[in-house]
Design a protein around this ligand. Structure first.
Ligand SMILES: NC(=O)C1=CN([C@@H]2O[C@H](COP(=O)(O)OP(=O)(O)OC[C@H]3O[C@@H](n4cnc5c(N)ncnc54)[C@H](O)[C@@H]3O)[C@@H](O)[C@H]2O)C=CC1
Ligand SMILES: CC(C)CC(=O)C(=O)O
Ligand SMILES: [Mg+2]
Length: 359
């Protein structure tokens, strides 16, 4: 028996538009192959929404999001805002607001290296082989949501780094539960030697750790973690961290998987699930048709598994990606200059190869 699901697709800006089309096509193909009924709606967010309505997250999009079983998101952002920090209405506000409004406090970012991409990374293969990390990045607190201030003379600015006990408790429990079904190791990353918000974080994680005596807990400072991640990525299993640290560490960790274009994510919490690549709208390559669509396709796989419980279908998508890589097909970001038998192609050709491997 197939399942009925309502999926909201928010392509957003830049390469978000280009790659999300392939995440959606993969979901459509899975629906046909496994006789599910997926109904798709589209919503706008980010720069495109500001241009159309003046609002980076129009009420209509938020409304559709609340009514959906899952959301497939691309990316937001536009060079115009990056180049002019004085602009008050910004694409990123849309993404932050939808995360907060939907209570998406846990952002899962799996870092899994496909063997075929061992040579694509800037890190040595012997350091990378076997690396498999699951990040739990807190997503609705921290400096992203604390009070922002600018003095009247505009010469002083501050962003409040704020955490409440309950926010740390709920994401810590989720991370520990995940660690239990993996290698039973959890590393909590903070800056408790300096920051009061991190001291609360560490205190709460130490308390929650007592509920999970079967999981080995380690606490690490963010600066050390950033170094250890590239020195010896295999030492990590589950990494639990705050919003800002998780944002930065996972971009770094994308090099373990070969490219930003390979990393998918799932944001979960109080209601619907939200699935997106970890990358942004990538102005430098937007509109050129060369972005890697695999992060969006792998985000669709996470949706099938986490929101719909369709593990077989999710694995089918991952296998199709693996098969595509095994056949030597590569987008520019994961091509190895030293290998002759790679076929370097654009977004649409790569997406089409994955679809072929799904059929
Ligand atoms: N979740 C989101 O919507 C995010 C939005 N942004 C926004 O995106 C805009 C650009 O930000 P950046 O700092 O440049 O980060 P970015 O993640 O967009 O790009 C960083 C680098 O990775 C490359 N890259 C990213 N995705 C790729 C893909 N699928 N295939 C091949 N290469 C890929 C880009 O070409 C660029 O060189 C900004 O406006 C920023 O605010 C940034 C990060 C996350
Ligand atoms: C653009 C930010 C709001 C978000 C970000 O960089 C991320 O979620 O990875
Ligand atoms: Mg980021």
């Amino acid at each position: 028996m197939g399942v009925d699901k309502k999926i909201l697709v928010i392509p957003g800006d830049g390469i978000g538009q280009e790659v999300t089309a392939w995440g959606q096509k993969v979901l459509e193909t899975i629906a046909v192959n496994y006789k599910h009924n997926f109904v798709f709606e589209e919503g706008i967010m980010g720069h495109v929404a500001i241009e159309a309505t003046g609002n980076p997250l129009p009420d209509e999009t938020l409304d559709k999001a609340r009514k959906s079983d899952a959301i497939l998101f691309g990316a937001i952002g536009h060079a115009k805002y990056d180049n002019d920090p004085t602009l008050k209405v910004r694409p990123e506000q849309g993404l932050l607001k939808i995360r907060k409004e939907l209570g998406l406090y846990a952002n899962l970012r799996p870092i899994k290296l496909f063997d075929e991409l061992l040579e694509a990374s800037s890190i040595k293969p012997e350091i990378l082989r076997g690396a498999d990390i699951l990040f739990f990045r807190e997503l609705t607190g921290d400096v992203y949501f604390g009070e922002k201030k600018r003095s009247e003379d505009r010469n002083t600015a501050s962003d409040l780094m704020i955490y409440h006990r309950y926010e740390v408790e709920r994401i810590a429990r989720k991370a520990y539960e995940a660690a239990r079904s993996r290698r039973k190791k959890l590393c909590s990353v903070d800056k408790a030697n300096v920051l009061e918000a991190s001291r609360l974080w560490r205190e709460v994680v130490q308390e929650i750790a007592k509920e999970y005596p079967d999981v080995e807990t380690e606490h690490m400072f963010i600066d050390n973690a950033a170094m250890q991640l590239v020195k010896d990525p295999k030492r990590f299993d589950v990494v639990l961290t705050a919003n800002l640290f998780g944002d930065i560490l996972t971009d770094e960790a994308s090099q373990i998987a070969g490219s930003m274009g390979m990393l998918a994510s799932a944001s979960v919490g109080d209601s619907t699930g939200f699935y997106e690549p970890i990358h942004g709208s990538a102005h430098d390559i937007a509109g050129k048709g060369i972005a890697n669509p695999l992060a969006s396709i792998l985000s669709a796989a996470l949706m099938l598994d986490i929101s719909f419980g369709l593990k077989t279908e999710s694995l089918r998508v991952i296998k199709a990606v693996e098969a595509t890589l095994k056949q030597g097909f590569r987008t520019m970001d994961i091509a190895n200059k030293h290998t002759e038998n790679h076929f370097v192609m654009g977004t649409d050709a790569m997406g089409a190869k994955v679809l072929e491997n799904l059929s």
